[in-house]
Design a protein around this ligand. Structure first.
Ligand code: UDP
Ligand code: MG
Length: 244
């Protein structure tokens, strides 16, 4: 994707896609600012407002006034989580990009654990081993992960966990399409990047509601899975053994 060609000028960019999350944003911002300074690295926080219709934008703008490390990108309308991630990645100036949901189901206190593995690995994926979601979501997510892993010949236990860390260069060879945020690790492995998994905490959603349900997720993500399976099977693999 079209990641800024300029060299990174910061250590870390935290990218958060946001759609109607007004209540949680002050707390998320506070928790990020509680945990990022301790890393002793330069960082920025990028909130991407994906066309929220509640007061999220006003809250973000208020927070930004107090915090020069916070950047706010605003979409004209709701374009989906992958688009919000993509816009954040293109704007990011960090050598490492950390992603998480706005809802604090993932907690910023786990970010240092992910970053510890960056270096040895290019991509570190959070694994919500103990899920704090309604049973219907836990079951559907388990089935989805199994089907996804089987059909795409993959072994990521929890690709739906947004809490991940990436070396910036992982995004350079990848073209993102709607829905592909669920397949970042697979797409990156296909490009030869090293991927690992780290256990992270998971907490109940305190405010607002999930933007996904069985109806709007199962069919579209299954179609996306078939596309990724196709890409993986049809990936060009060749070795030049002689050149004159
Ligand atoms: N989100 C977004 N655009 C959308 C849907 C979701 O930016 O069209 C954001 C949302 O605000 C949250 C993250 O993407 O920060 C994941 O959404 P959610 O937490 O509702 O999904 P779940 O974790 O329940 O699967
Ligand atoms: Mg969430």
């Amino acid at each position: 994707m079209n990641l800024s060609q300029a060299p990174s000028t910061l250590d870390i960019s935290v990218v958060v896609p946001i759609y109607n999350e007004e209540e949680t944003l002050p707390l998320l911002h506070e928790e990020l600012e509680n945990h990022l300074p301790g890393l002793n690295k330069s960082y920025e926080i990028i909130f991407v407002d994906d066309g929220s219709r509640d007061g999220s934008l006003a809250v973000m703008q208020g927070l930004k006034k107090e915090n020069p490390r916070l950047r706010v990108l605003r979409f004209a309308q709701n374009c989906g989580q992958t688009a919000a991630f993509a816009a954040g990645f293109e704007a990011a100036r960090g050598a490492v990009i950390v992603t998480l949901d706005a809802d604090l189901q993932n907690h910023p206190r786990d970010i240092p654990n992910l970053l510890e593995k960056i270096g040895e690995y290019d991509v570190v994926c959070g694994w919500r081993k103990k899920r704090n979601d309604p049973w219907i979501k836990r079951v559907s997510s388990k089935i989805a992960n199994n089907v996804r892993n089987r059909l795409s010949d993959e072994d990521i236990p929890d690709t739906g966990c947004s809490l991940k860390a990436f070396k910036r260069e992982c995004f350079a060879p990848i073209k993102l399409y709607k829905g592909l945020h669920r397949f970042f690790p697979t797409l990156m492995k296909m490009e030869g990047f090293r991927v690992t998994v780290v256990e992270v905490g998971h907490h109940p959603r305190k405010f607002g509601e999930s933007k996904y349900n069985i109806r709007n997720r199962v069919f579209s993500s299954f179609k996306d899975l078939l596309a990724v399976r196709w890409m993986k099977k049809r990936q060009l693999k060749y070795e030049i053994i002689e050149e004159d």
